[in-house]
Ligand binder design. Structure first.
Ligand code: NAG
Ligand code: NAG
Ligand code: NAG
Ligand code: NAG
Ligand code: NAG
Ligand code: NAG
Ligand code: NAG
Ligand code: NAG
Length: 758
């Protein structure tokens, strides 16, 4: 790991050295990555080109007049542009799709009228490379560096009608009608005497209801065009060519842009972006993709960076091509966001790193992980609160708790230190736990309290120890605030703040105040339910799933009743003991439990991620193995529909990867539940020359059959607990040697994973 920054620099500065670098650092693993995996059927994966954590995510934007294209891509529809900025795998409503180009053949009289062009055949792509063909026969190839992109256009023939359109007003639209569509609010466009163009665009809204934000761009063509025209477009007067070479607009109703017309069939364009200035956008493209750069060298550099920084971190002897593809494709989609915007923070100047967009954190990347934690804390320093789903440099939107607390607690207990200022980190967490954020601006979909940052329902939480229906999402927030407070307990303990630790451990038990022992459903009693000062309110635990304005957000009380894993022992008591808990878990997976083909377990979303593994807490590790394996094999695949739900910045893929590894991490604790690995051998590079080796014998080598654990050695010693700790195998590396077999046996000594709040 220590050598990686040097390799990266080599890749960027000396394009020709990269092929050698790949050879030197191991095999090319990029062919195992399927960039179209999980792109449709709700997965919303981004199939275009990006570097790991790269600011630029260059890909197609599809338009069919009715479907939200969350990451730009749809398998059908017309191209509305090929743009530089995208999210990865989110839902809700699209964000970005900004800074685009679109190739168009013919005479274009109204360039700024939201033009689209049909698609010819399916797009193709691989790590570092994307190709699409328009219905007019233009092939568009894309590649990218961290802050710039390169387009290679091949028009069908030399012709005076080969155009490239730049429409500054271009964004990904939303058709959901929930007030979450993005808006263009003005911009500038200017063509310079040497032929390059510069400008900026201002946009707002989208899923996180962001206020105005600005992005700057700087574009070059590596061939002279015959004409380059600047346009201003309005609905009333249409697109009007400007006499001067620049156009400015401070209004969303006035679009600006340009049309470049080439006689030649081959055109390369290089575009830089920046959150700071036009000048920075120009220096970004000049430094990363200078004039004369061969298109394929950018592709090769991108592949080299993915190999060295990400894919080579896990190696395996597995031979099954499907499983290898699942493994490396998962790793790939886990590393597109957060975006490393260090040096590109428009909000403040700081020596700290700066990351934004949602967090997927991962032990493979100790350097990035430390930078991300520092960035979270720096956002609190300058914006007043830790972020949650920060996008376009705007904190929020917060669905449940202040879950950056969980991320910080997890990093703390897993030993992330380095340059992290943990006293400040803890102060930031205390702000979440003690100071309700101002409700300004109010969220139209939940106007009771802030969804922007922090914990909107804190007044009830502090004064009552539960959350009344005065606040929306009351039950979801209560169980998540409990978990957040447990995170404070963890960090307070580590920093030897004993009084605080007591206080927050106590508060982490307040989920119990929502537990109604008399609420029943499907023969089980005891659920977390809404309540007010006079007592519990009735609910239907199967059907009470809701959204922003409801007591439960995106999952029902069956799901949220499992949430408080830090207090599992007490939860098991409340549920009636281990046998009842096992039955209850079985019921989660029972076909028809909720009606004809209904099943309670929902693999499509985060609230139930833990559920298949909870059998470990009732000493039935074998059932964790079989349930979780069934979920992994049934719901995940390498196809375009290969994800059960929104990738959510790689969260789904992370779940799958842990299933392959044979461990399941409990967020905010040092505990890893043990289940069963897929492969005969898998090695994780933990950085600083530390490695975790996982081997298995007696299985089928692919996790399809014979997956029950018969015995286990940890670091060479017989192991009889169904869990282990961070320090056992991650802190300094280690080995896990599994003996697998076709039948479930009891290989454990009955000792259960910790329940620190019980
Ligand atoms: C897609 O493009 C074709 C050809 O230009 C056009 O006829 C069609 O209306 C477009 N579809 C949409 C949804 O814009
Ligand atoms: C495009 O415009 C030129 C000049 O106005 C004209 O000569 C030509 O016929 C037009 N081509 C098409 C395909 O309309
Ligand atoms: C637009 O703004 C730029 C930068 O401020 C300026 O150089 C240019 O002259 C302006 N163009 C017009 C048409 O106002
Ligand atoms: C490869 O793995 C997939 C997914 O687990 C499985 O369906 C398939 O049967 C395996 N192929 C072979 C040849 O074992
Ligand atoms: C994040 O970006 C900065 C600036 O480009 C760079 O110095 C740093 O190494 C990057 N971090 C990682 C983990 O790649
Ligand atoms: C724990 O919380 C209860 C009420 O929820 C309170 O009565 C008690 O004083 C608290 N203990 C500590 C140590 O804060
Ligand atoms: C549950 O029901 C029992 C029997 O009706 C009653 O005695 C008890 O008070 C109820 N508990 C709660 C918390 O409502
Ligand atoms: C497994 O064996 C251990 C040790 O004999 C025992 O304590 C435990 O109860 C057993 N677990 C089950 C589920 O039978």
């Amino acid at each position: 790991m220590a050598v990686l920054p040097a390799l990266l620099a080599l890749g960027l500065l000396e394009p020709l050295a990269s092929a050698a670098a790949v050879g030197h650092y191991g095999p090319d693993l990029t062919p195992h990555v399927s960039v179209f995996q999980g792109t449709i059927a709700g997965g919303n994966n981004f199939p275009g080109v990006a570097r790991p954590f790269g600011v630029v995510k260059l890909g197609p934007d599809l338009y069919d007049g009715r479907s939200d294209a969350y990451s730009g891509y749809l398998s059908t529809g017309n191209f509305s542009g090929f743009s530089m900025m995208h999210e990865q795998g989110t839902g809700g409503a699209p964000k970005y799709g900004t800074v685009s180009q679109l190739p168009l053949v013919g005479n274009i009289s109204q360039p700024l009228s939201h033009l689209t062009v049909g698609r010819s055949g399916a797009d193709s792509g691989s790590v570092g490379y994307y190709r699409a063909t328009t219905a007019q026969g233009v092939s568009v190839e894309l590649s990218a560096s961290a802050h710039a992109g390169i387009y290679r256009y091949s028009f069908p023939r030399a012709s005076p009608g080969n155009n490239i359109l730049v429409d500054v007003s271009h964004v990904l639209p939303s058709f959901r009608g929930m007030g979450l569509g993005q808006n263009y609010e003005g911009g500038s466009f200017e063509i310079f005497p040497d032929g390059h163009y510069e400008g900026h665009g201002v946009y707002n809204n989208g899923w996180n209801e962001a206020p105005d934000w600005t992005i700057y761009f700087c574009g070059h063509f590596d061939a002279p065009y015959t004409t380059g025209k600047v346009y201003v477009g309005t609905d009333e007067s249409g697109s009007v060519e400007q006499p001067s070479k620049s156009a400015n607009s401070s209004s969303g109703s006035t679009r600006v842009g340009g049309l470049f017309t080439f006689g030649r069939p081959e055109v390369i364009s290089r575009v830089g972006i920046s959150w700071i200035s036009r000048e920075k956008a120009c220096s970004n493209v000049q430094e990363e993709i200078p004039r004369g750069t061969r298109f394929m060298s950018v592709v090769e550099d991108t592949k080299a960076e993915w190999n060295s920084k990400v894919l080579s971190k896990i190696t395996t002897t597995a031979g099954n091509q499907t499983s290898l593809s699942l493994l490396y494709t998962s790793l790939y989609f886990m590393h597109l966001i957060p975006t490393n915007q260090t040096g590109e923070n428009p909000g403040w100047t700081s020596t700290e790193p700066y990351y934004q967009d949602i967090f997927t954190f991962w032990v493979l990347q100790p350097t990035a992980y430390e930078e991300q934690i520092r960035s979270l804390i720096d956002i609190w320093r300058h914006d007043g609160y830790l972020p949650d789903a920060r996008s376009s440099n705007y904190n929020g939107r917060t669905q449940g708790g202040s879950n950056a607390d969980n991320v910080l607690a997890d990093a703390y207990v897993k030993g992330v230190r380095g340059a992290v200022n943990w006293e400040d980190g803890y102060r930031a967490m205390v702000k979440d736990a003690e100071v309700a954020p101002p409700n300004d601006p109010a969220d139209p979909m939940a106007s009771d309290s802030s969804t922007h940052e922090g914990r909107g329902a804190l007044p009830d939480w502090l004064s009552l120890g539960y959350i009344t229906p005065r606040f929306t999402r009351a039950v979801t927030r209560a169980v998540e605030y409990s978990c957040n407070d447990f995170g404070l307990y963890q960090v307070a303990s580590g920093l030897e703040k004993a009084d605080d630790a007591d206080k927050y451990l106590n508060r982490s038990r307040n989920w119990r105040n929502h537990w109604n022992p008399n609420a029943t459903s499907l023969g089980f009693s005891g659920f977390v339910v809404p309540r007010d000062e006079s007592g519990f309110l009735s609910t239907d635990p199967v059907h009470d799933t809701g959204y922003w304005g409801d007591p439960y957000y995106e999952a029902n009380s069956w799901a949220y009743s499992w949430n408080s894993i830090h207090d599992m022992k007490h939860m098991i008591d409340l549920m009636g003991g281990p046998e009842r808990v096992r039955d209850r878990l079985d019921t989660m997976f029972k076909e028809g439990a909720t009606g004809s083909s209904g099943i309670l377990f929902d693999p499509t979303n985060e609230p139930m991620f833990n559920v298949p593994y909870l059998y470990n807490y009732v000493d039935r590790q074998d059932l964790s193995v079989s349930r979780s394996r069934q979920v992994a094999k049934q719901y995940y695949g390498i196809g375009t529909n290969g994800l059960p739900g929104n990738s959510d910045a790689g969260a789904m893929e992370t779940w799958l990867l842990w299933n392959m590894i044979g461990l399941y991490p409990i967020t905010g604790q040092t505990t890893f539940l043990i289940h069963s690995p897929w492969f005969e051998s898998l090695t994780i590079d933990l950085g600083n020359n530390k490695k975790l080796h996982i081997t298995s014998t007696g299985g089928d080598g692919n996790g399809d059959t014979d997956f029950y654990v018969q015995s286990l050695k940890v670091n060479g010693r017989k192991w009889t607990k169904n869990w282990l700790s961070w320090n056992d195998v991650f802190e300094n590396g280690g080995t896990l040697e599994f003996q697998l077999g076709s039948t479930a046996v009891n290989w454990t000594n009955g000792e259960l994973p910790p329940s620190p709040a019980s």
